[in-house]
Design a binder for this molecule. Structure first.
Ligand code: TXA
Ligand code: MG
Length: 366
């Protein structure tokens, strides 16, 4: 499928109402006709296709190089459209939708037979549904007037795209078009949640709506599995436990160093010194502001990227993580070290989940 012309709709340049609508009408017509169209959401860019159209959904898997037993999230523009996809919506699911939609929460519902292609659900009897907060995403889906299956718009195994440019890097020539709506806001994929038979909300993948936010809104939250990444893998293929996918991986070898800030810095510096002796190209993803005399903070690193301007700033780090991993690939970095200087609560839990996965679970505690 490579070699097709990928159209770029530059929404940012057509913010006036008429120009915007024309662009979105064209993009939505492509979607409705079975095309693959990437679009911005508040989490990351998605690669959309009509969820009812088996051929279009098949093309998503082909364009991404995605394992076909990993189900897709279906995006809708209204709660009524979500109702059309589900057999029934229980009271807790309904309250989740009413509380957090539109927003970065995906709710797993019993699928209504025939509502979407079985390729979307990978043969499960549930479907994951999300109503995004991004106005361009909502408008596009409403105009297309179809349920839109959309995984993150990256090649499988690459970091998710937070800019249209990232989508182009990965999928130019493989998809019909890209709606460029500027930078994604959260920077990490949505929270995926399902409701247990006892009414507790189980987080299968941590994201923009945290367990704390769920609890604060009065939901009973099922205790998280010790390893969120393992929980996501279980959610990815609940009928085939043990299947593991590599996600979000940079080309170089990433190691996360966690512990007290001073110990973390000392440990990373020692690793850089050893790497320098071997002539490896290295990068550090750092939290803290560069200390005075910054030029030689992390001596010998080829690249020093600020994930955030202060330790503990999970929102900024979440927003910058995927672009940082891509920048390291572009600079042909062979070894990456990330300061794991954030608490595993709120958005910090989602950030650490993605960072640890990108590291293939190479985590050092000092
Ligand atoms: O923020 C997001 O969710 C982005 C944007 C584009 O909306 N989309 C996204 O899609 O991250 P994707 O395909 O990369 O991730 C889908 C996740 C996977 O972890 C998958 O296993 C899970 O949702 N999932 C999908 N359907 C499911 C189901 N029926 N039961 C359990 N988990 C499901
Ligand atoms: Mg993805």
């Amino acid at each position: 499928m490579s070699g097709i012309r990928t159209k770029l709709w530059r929404i940012e340049q057509h913010r006036d109402a008429t120009g915007l609508r024309e662009q979105l009408l064209e993009a939505s017509a492509r979607l409705r006709a079975g095309g693959l169209v990437a679009f911005p959401t508040e989490t990351v860019y998605g690669l959309g296709a009509d969820a009812r159209n088996a051929d279009a959904v098949e093309r998503i898997f082909a364009a991404k190089g995605r394992p076909s037993d990993n189900p897709l999230i279906v995006h809708v523009a209204s709660i009524a459209a979500a109702e059309a996809l589900a057999n029934e919506i229980g009271p807790v699911e309904r309250r989740l939708m009413e509380t957090f939609w539109p927003g970065p929460l995906t709710v797993v519902l019993p699928v209504r037979p025939g509502a979407v292609s079985p390729r979307v659900t990978a043969g499960l009897d549930t479907v994951a549904v999300r109503l995004p907060a991004h106005d361009i995403a909502r408008e596009l889906i409403a105009l297309a007037d179809v349920p839109v299956a959309a995984p993150s718009a990256n090649r499988s195994g690459r970091p998710s795209p937070t800019l249209a440019e990232h989508v182009r890097e990965d999928l130019n020539g493989r998809i019909d078009g890209i709606v460029d709506g500027g930078a994604a806001d959260v920077g990490l994929e949505s929270t995926v949640a399902m409701v247990d038979p006892d009414g507790a909300v189980r987080v299968l993948r941590p994201g923009g709506v945290s367990a704390e936010a769920l609890a604060a809104a009065g939901f009973d939250v099922a205790p998280a599995d010790a390893d969120d990444a393992a929980a996501e893998d279980a959610g990815a293929a609940p009928r085939s436990p043990g299947v593991k996918y590599t996600h979000y991986a940079p080309k170089g070898r990433l190691c996360v160093v966690e512990g007290a800030p001073e110990a973390v810095r000392a440990s990373i510096q020692a690793r850089l010194d050893a790497d320098a002796a071997e002539g490896a190209r290295t990068a550090v993803l750092a939290f803290a502001p560069a200390p005075p005399g910054a030029a030689d903070a992390y001596r010998g690193a080829h690249k020093l990227i600020a994930l955030a301007d202060a330790p503990g700033d999970a929102a900024t780090a979440a927003n910058r993580l995927y672009a940082a991993l891509r920048a390291c690939d572009a600079a042909r970095i062979e070894r990456l070290y990330a300061e794991g200087l954030v608490e595993p609560t709120g958005l910090g839990r989602a950030f650490l989940n993605r960072l640890r996965k990108a590291a293939g679970h190479r985590i050092v505690t000092v």
